[in-house]
Ligand binder design. Structure first.
Ligand code: IVH
Length: 644
């Protein structure tokens, strides 16, 4: 190997590791993917040419040869677990005990990540080994597996020995993506992380995209850390991924912070919060029981997951005719509510998750109101859930399109018609109050209303006499319909129920076209030019207007709409992308100001972008803008522009 090759190799490794750190640890990329790839390929070529691979080369992250079995690893010191409490009352008692023993202690509050404990060792700055917790005394050597985890640094700026501890997790977004395609769906992100980490083939571990969030410096020499907050700071400064840390001695603040945690907003599972005494000298005074440290406690949240028995699957027909399976469950408590329904995506999902009548199923709370089924316990249930061949509502023969089954009878299938009416009157559409699904069903059954525009012709006399309709209620319905004879263009487009056109796209189309007539005339080519519209959606829009010309005409004979007025100002005509952190305001405030000045805010740089506002630590959007030659301004210039 020549000196030049060696220098270049060192330079490439340092650069690529820095880029990875920005990308995987800070979530703040500093170069575009293709720039990284180009340098990476250059490194691979150099390594091949010279037969040399540096200890911290990123090419080691793809995973080495499979191992036959895991070696045992005896921990330097025993790894303790945490005492738990499940109520704020118990937490207050814990706080009182601590303060009685050591006086006014300061605490740290952290997420209790739901994954597996991993201990990672560095010798003279170089990653040298990793082990699972095991039974606390002996764990498994997972060095080759942890080596592949992108957010775990291969080299840290530290001369000495350091053993750091963290929780190995699979992010929810990664888990979701994995499960959407996997032949064998995994039960939850924790299991997914365990299976990937404790896999004998490191290449499999690499492909599963795990993460480790570090929360503890277990051992270090020379030692400079004297508290938990010091430790977290040290970890951060040495390139480890850490999570939010709150420091306070006020138990009321701790409780308020725990109450404020929004688990749905996180991309990883947590099963509680950990409160720790911050100062190590106080920890020494408090000591340990035979199982736990006395200086820490875990406040446990309610489980987000449970098992129950599936009674049957019912097929529901939606507005577009799509059939979705709804699982009817033996009622069970989950996160403080009784759950008796869960979703499954489609028929293939039922087969893949091995769901049968009578199966015991894992259910998990999701962001939606109704939880989802993750998988069935192997071997439970009997018989099979049949793929429907005729519509359960109208008996029409079904057809398949992609992964889904559809009922073709859009004009005669009751649930489709009622769902279309319900969509039309919903909040982001015509916003007509007082028309529940049940009422709309009644209108269809008794008054033959099957097109939304017919609502505008309803007379009070038709309503009085329908089940449950009294004089007053009839008046109310008629008047709420009357107040919605004039709506915004965006709401009207949304109300049409064009496949794949939701609230956001409807608003964009309203802004671009300014009238239903112009939108109806736009050809697919022209539509494809609108941001976020690809050929499929363009075609959906086209064919909607071809098939529903009568409907649109009847509707426009009864409803008028307000055309969006574009604000005029210094940013008129500008399509602006914000990237990085602004010092003087939040991103949403900046967006508001841009829009008020007549500009349009885009989420990513496209061919139409005219201006990029780059704050601190701007990442890939900035590189993309540079590559595309878009005008880029900094925060001060942005402020000047707004004030001009
Ligand atoms: S501290 C001696 N902090 O929870 C105290 N543990 O039952 C050691 N965990 O297996 C644990 N997040 O893997 C600590 N912020 C956090 C944690 C955390 C998750 C896990 C840990 C351990 C279990 C304790």
């Amino acid at each position: 190997m020549t000196e030049t090759q060696k220098n270049r190799m060192e330079e490439l490794v340092a650069l690529l590791n820095e880029y990875s750190y920005r990308y995987y640890v800070l979530d703040d990329p500093s170069v575009a993917d293709n720039v990284y790839d180009r340098l990476y390929d250059e490194l691979v070529a150099l390594e091949k040419e010279t037969g040399v691979r540096l200890d911290d080369s990123p090419t080691r992250k793809v995973g080495g040869e499979p191992v036959k079995a895991f070696a045992q690893h005896t921990h330097f010191g025993r790894l303790y677990s945490l005492d738990k409490c499940q109520s704020f009352e118990e937490l207050r008692e814990w706080d009182a005990k601590i303060k009685k023993a050591v006086g006014n202690a300061e605490y740290t509050l952290e997420y209790k990540l739901d994954g597996l404990t991993v201990v990672v060792t560095y010798e003279n700055g170089l990653f040298s080994g990793a082990a699972t917790r095991g039974n606390g005394v002996v764990g498994e050597d997972v060095t080759a597996q942890v080596m592949t985890i992108r957010s775990v640094p291969s080299r840290i700026p530290f001369d000495g020995t350091a053993e750091v501890k963290g929780e190995c997790i699979m992010r929810r977004s990664v888990f979701k993506k994995y499960n959407a395609e996997a032949a064998e769906p995994l039960k939850n992100p924790r299991n997914a992380a365990a299976g990937a980490l404790r896999n004998l083939d490191p290449k499999v571990t690499a492909s599963r995209k795990l993460d480790i969030v570090f929360y503890d410096v277990n051992y270090m020499s020379p030692d400079t850390v004297t508290s938990q907050s010091d430790g977290i700071e040290w970890l951060k400064n040495h390139k480890f991924r850490t999570e939010k840390l709150i420091i306070t001695s006020d138990i009321d603040r701790i409780i308020a912070e725990i109450e404020a945690v929004n688990r749905d907003a996180l991309d990883f599972d947590i099963d509680g919060m950990v409160v720790k005494v911050n100062d190590f000298s106080l920890r020494d005074k408090l000591g340990y029981t035979d199982k736990f440290p006395r200086w820490a406690v875990a406040y446990k949240f309610e489980a987000e997951e449970t098992t129950t028995v599936l009674k049957e699957v019912r097929w529901q027909v939606g507005r577009t005719g799509k059939l979705t399976p709804l699982a009817v469950l033996e009622p069970v408590q989950l996160c403080g509510a009784t759950v008796s329904r869960a979703t499954l995506n489609n028929y293939a999902d039922i087969v893949r998750k091995k769901v049968r009548p009578g199966s015991t199923v894992f259910i998990r709370r999701s962001n939606d109101v109704i939880p989802e089924i993750l998988a069935a316990v192997d071997g439970t249930g009997e018989g099979e859930i049949k793929r429907p061949t005729v519509c359960p509502a109208c008996g029409a023969a079904l057809y398949e399109n992609g992964a889904h089954i559809f009922c073709p009878n859009s004009d005669g299938c009751r649930p489709q018609i009622v769902a279309r009416l319900a969509h039309f009157v919903s909040k982001d559409c015509a916003d007509i109050e007082g028309l529940s699904d049940k009422t709309l069903g009644l209108f269809y059954d008794r008054l033959g209303i099957d097109k939304a525009w017919q609502l505008y012709d309803l007379k009070k006399e038709q309503l009085v006499g329908l089940d449950s309709f009294k004089d007053k209620k009839a008046d109310n319905v008629i008047s709420s319909i009357n107040t919605r004879r004039h709506i915004s263009l965006a709401a009207l487009i949304n109300a049409l129920g064009i496949p794949n056109v939701g609230k956001k796209l409807a608003a964009d189309l309203a802004a671009v076209y300014g009238s239903v007539e112009k939108l109806a005339e736009a050809d697919a080519d022209e539509l494809s030019g609108v941001d976020d519209i690809g050929p499929v959606v363009a075609n959906d829009i086209r064919s909607y207007f071809e098939k529903n010309a009568d409907f649109v005409r009847e509707l426009l004979a009864r409803v008028t709409y307000a055309v969006p007025v574009r604000k005029e100002g210094v940013m008129s005509g500008q399509k602006v992308v914000l990237t990085g952190t602004l010092q003087s305001m939040t991103r949403s405030k900046a967006s508001e100001l841009i829009e008020a000045a007549g500009g349009v805010v885009q989420s990513s740089v496209t061919g139409a972008t005219t201006l990029v506002v780059a704050g601190e630590n701007a990442g890939s959007k900035l590189s993309k803008a540079r590559a595309a030659g878009v005008r880029i301004i900094g925060e001060s210039e942005f402020l000047e522009l707004l004030n001009a």
